[in-house]
Design a protein. Structure first.
Length: 627
């Protein structure tokens, strides 16, 4: 057994790395002597792909002054002692619990359900203390910056030390191919010190964060809700989604052809490389396009946010109907998207599927400053709302079908509930379509399709406080037109502007902070206080769906869920039960916020139920149906 003695923040700690089965007796003696009620826990694996080959290598337990590293890869005796400790200790402290919970579920058979009630995740606690990442002015949420800030500014960066060690050992480790985690010998001193230090830091960090949560008056109910939501999403990730391997394999080639087809169109306008900023810029300017956005070097920018409005597309890749689409912008966008989809979705899903041909998309329940969740591996929340190609890769189990339920215009409904605007509240209460109602107020009952689109853009500007200039960039329309749109919108809802101003004043008076109805504390940049409306609306909308998912779990319906994407939950159910399941989910996501009803998106149960593929709800062509 290896023994390490070091200090952290001037306080000593001791680490023990077990090496032989005989060392287990020492661990048990220590546990019986100290009988810790709480243990910090961490695991080391061969990488981050829990379900596609990156197996458990070590398990670490510890307190504020003692750490143990158990080489579970060395045999059943080490795995069994790890199981015993996990099951017997009354409380576990974990940083980024979803990863470790799924690792021990898969490789040790200690289920998420066995552990979820006794876990405290310091990453959740850190986010509730300050939701900003380090580059946003906060501390960040990774263990290293948190330890440096709260425990010891000189805390060693053991991960960088390990990366350097991987290079020394010539493992071939790269960010794209992180083989060093699989191949570094367990006996390596840097590896063992790294494993020890994480649980020591984690154990010392938790009480500091909990004291800060009390000082910030973060409600215990919010802390509990976030832990409950984390566990539910862990179970959804473990379940995964069935991949149609044959279709997905074919899609790889088809996307390559699509990328080439659109690149050929771009070449007709003088763009031989759609990834060349200079070529795209010169060609678009030659076609008469102009824009203000620039790169860090001062050159004209041609990112998606610039090209989408030129192609008359919104951020969901739906036609705006506000200008003639620029064919070059459209070609560049579609070529680059096809290439990205091929790599980030089709190939990635094939490479990361498990032995049962299931993928396991990862939901980060606190993915943004506002608390909004994000999905990765693959990033399903980035798929366009009308796209079927990638969704066709995903199948329900034999005899089951996909269903989907969302909350209708939830951020605008939240805006109505929080602002109390009487016109908007009355429209929501009476079940009116908000975009139709707004268009009527702005342009009269005979509004056109284009005017309805402007009303929708006005709602976007109001809830996100983008302003006419930002909206002009998003739509490609003149700033003057957007000023007219926002003027009409604010006259239609006259109490909004005073509420916006009051919210900004309150945030400024409270140190550029705002508290949401759930008790979440959000921090703002002093020179961007206008974002307070967007932050509060987005965060509150997120929390309503969070509560809906918790309520679904309380009803025993988590087994039907497969994914949560912003204001939507999707899942599968036996074909004969699917409508009933969807209706129950719809009833559960509906709730009142300060007397304003949040409704499910479509009350027709037949429209909530899709088919064997997720794509059945997205205009799947008959020729691509399941055979």
């Amino acid at each position: 057994m290896r023994e390490y003695r070091e200090t952290l923040g001037g306080q000593p700690w001791t680490g023990y790395a077990l090496e032989t089965v005989d060392d287990i007796a020492f661990l048990w003696r220590w546990l019986k002597t100290h009988q810790p009620r709480t243990l910090a826990f961490d695991s080391e694996t061969g990488g981050l792909r829990t379900y596609s080959g990156d197996a458990l290598r070590t398990a670490q337990f510890g307190t504020a002054d003692t750490a143990f590293v158990i080489p579970t890869e060395r045999g059943e005796a080490f795995r069994e002692v790890t199981r015993d400790i996990l099951r017997k200790v009354p409380e576990l402290e974990i940083h980024n619990a979803p990863f470790d919970l799924q690792v021990v579920d898969r490789y040790l058979g200690v289920t998420i359900e066995e552990l979820e009630q006794k876990v405290r995740d310091t990453k959740i606690l850190a986010h509730l203390c300050d939701s900003r990442k380090d580059f946003e002015g906060g501390v960040g949420h990774s263990l290293k910056p948190l330890s440096a800030y709260y425990l010891d500014p000189s805390v060693p960066d053991t991960q960088k030390d390990l990366e350097r060690r991987f290079r020394e050992l010539k493992t071939g480790h790269t960010r794209a191919n992180p083989v060093g985690w699989r191949t570094i010998p367990y006996e390596d001193e840097i590896y063992q010190r790294y494993a020890c230090l994480d649980v020591i830091a984690l154990s010392r960090l938790r009480p500091i964060l909990e004291r800060q949560l009390v000082e910030l008056e973060i409600p215990a109910t919010l802390i509990e809700a976030e832990h409950r939501l984390m566990a539910i999403c862990c179970r959804m990730e473990r379940k995964g989604m069935i991949l149609d391997v044959e279709y997905t394999s074919g899609l790889v080639g088809r996307l390559e052809e699509q990328a080439a087809e659109h690149a050929a169109i771009a070449a007709r306008y003088g763009v031989d490389n759609v990834n060349s900023t200079r070529q795209v810029t010169d060609a678009l300017q030659g076609m008469g396009e102009s824009w203000d956005e620039v790169t860090d070097t001062g050159a004209p920018a041609v990112g998606k946010e610039v090209l989408l409005p030129m192609a008359d597309l919104d951020d969901k890749w739906q036609r705006l109907g506000v200008r003639e689409p620029n064919p070059l912008a459209d070609a560049v966008l579609h070529s680059k998207r096809a290439a990205k989809w091929r790599k980030s979705y089709a190939l990635a899903m094939l490479e990361n599927r498990d032995e049962n041909d299931r993928i396991h998309p990862r939901t980060t329940t606190l993915g943004a400053k506002t608390g909004r969740a994000s999905v990765s591996d693959p990033p399903l929340q980035q798929l366009p709302s009308k796209g079927w190609e990638i969704r066709r890769c995903i199948l329900a189990p034999e005899g089951e079908v996909y269903w989907s339920v969302d909350q209708s215009s939830v951020e605008l409904v939240v805006l109505a509930a929080l602002s109390g605007d009487p016109n908007m509240c009355e429209a929501v209460k009476s079940g009116r379509n908000l975009h139709d109602y707004t268009a009527t107020l702005m342009y009269g009952p005979e509004f056109t399709k284009h005017q309805r689109a402007m009303a929708k853009i006005g709602g976007l500007g109001a809830s996100y406080q983008g302003g006419p200039t930002t909206l002009a960039k998003m739509t490609g329309l003149p700033v003057a037109d957007m000023k007219d749109v926002m003027g009409r919108y604010m006259r239609s809802y006259p109490t909004l502007r005073p509420w916006f101003k009051a919210l900004q004043r309150d945030a400024l008076a409270n140190g550029c902070q705002v508290r949401t109805p759930s008790g979440r504390l959000l921090r703002l940049d002093r020179d961007r206080l206008y974002k307070v409306v967007a932050y509060v609306c987005q965060s509150t909308a997120r929390d309503t769906m969070c509560q809906a998912i918790i309520n679904l779990d309380a009803k025993g319906m988590t087994s039907y869920l497969t994914q949560w994407i912003h204001d939507e939950v999707i899942g599968t159910a036996p074909a004969a039960e699917a409508q009933d399941v969807a209706m129950e989910v719809a009833a559960t996501v509906e709730m009142n916020l300060f007397g304003i009803p949040i409704r499910a998106g479509d009350p027709d149960p037949s429209k909530m139920v899709y088919g064997r593929s997720w794509a059945h709800g997205y205009g799947l062509p008959a020729e691509w149906d399941i055979r």
